[in-house]
Ligand binder design. Structure first.
Ligand code: ADE
Length: 209
């Protein structure tokens, strides 16, 4: 198995991913700039988080993360791409790539962050993070991953059965509650009350507790 702190393996692994990224990256507008604001806007949109105005934007991931609506992955993406901070991004694409490389069906978030951090290419953290995200977005896709085109298949333990990793999350079934109640009043009518709350609030309805 590929040990994440074995430098004899990590170095060729990094080289292969980075050279693939150099040759195959998509021509996307935010890759032409290191302007922090442009990178922030692109990453917020790409990671589908809510957008906020921020005055005096600070470079560190931990400062960015304190802004409402910016999750740890968006903060790490901006800090590494715009400011070169050595902090690993773990978004959905990176989670899938790492789960497959290490054949982990249900990787723990702490393991993911530590593994991504151990693999991070310190020479250009922003480029490295984008290379891993790009691989997840274009080759190591959730369905029908294109392992024959993958630059790091050699290092990937999960490649023969890639769709098993990570296992799909079991959706907890929402409880279904049905209730019906009718109270017959003394003079033959039905008892109604004015409803509170979001569901049909303000309308008359049978008492429900
Ligand atoms: N997904 C989110 N940000 C990305 C980036 N900078 N490159 C590739 N995929 C991404």
């Amino acid at each position: 198995m590929f040990e994440r702190d074995d430098s004899r393996v990590i170095e060729p692994f990094r080289e292969m991913l980075l050279s693939w990224y150099r040759d195959h990256q998509r021509d996307l507008p935010w890759r032409k700039t290191r302007d922090p604001y442009a990178v922030l806007v692109a990453e917020v949109l790409l990671h589908q988080t809510r957008q906020v105005g921020a005055e005096g934007l600070a470079p560190r991931a931990s400062d960015l993360e304190a802004l409402p609506g910016i999750g740890p992955y968006t903060a790490a993406a901006v800090a590494s791409i715009a400011f070169g901070e050595p902090v690993a991004v773990v978004d959905g694409n990176v989670r899938r790539v790492l789960a497959r490389i290490f054949a982990q069906a249900d990787p723990h978030p702490r393991w993911l962050q530590e593994t991504a951090q151990a693999l991070l290419f310190q020479g250009d953290p922003g480029r490295w993070n984008q290379a891993l995200m790009e691989l997840g977005a274009t080759v190591c896709t959730p369905r029908s991953p294109r392992c024959v085109l993958c630059p790091i298949a050699l290092f990937c333990e999960g490649k023969d059965d890639a769709e098993r990793y990570p296992a799909s999350r079991v959706r907890r079934q929402r409880g279904v509650h049905a209730a019906a109640l009718a109270l017959r009043g003394q003079r033959g009518g039905f008892v109604l009350e004015k409803r509170n709350g979001q569901a049909l609030g303000g309308l008359g309805g049978v008492p429900v507790r």
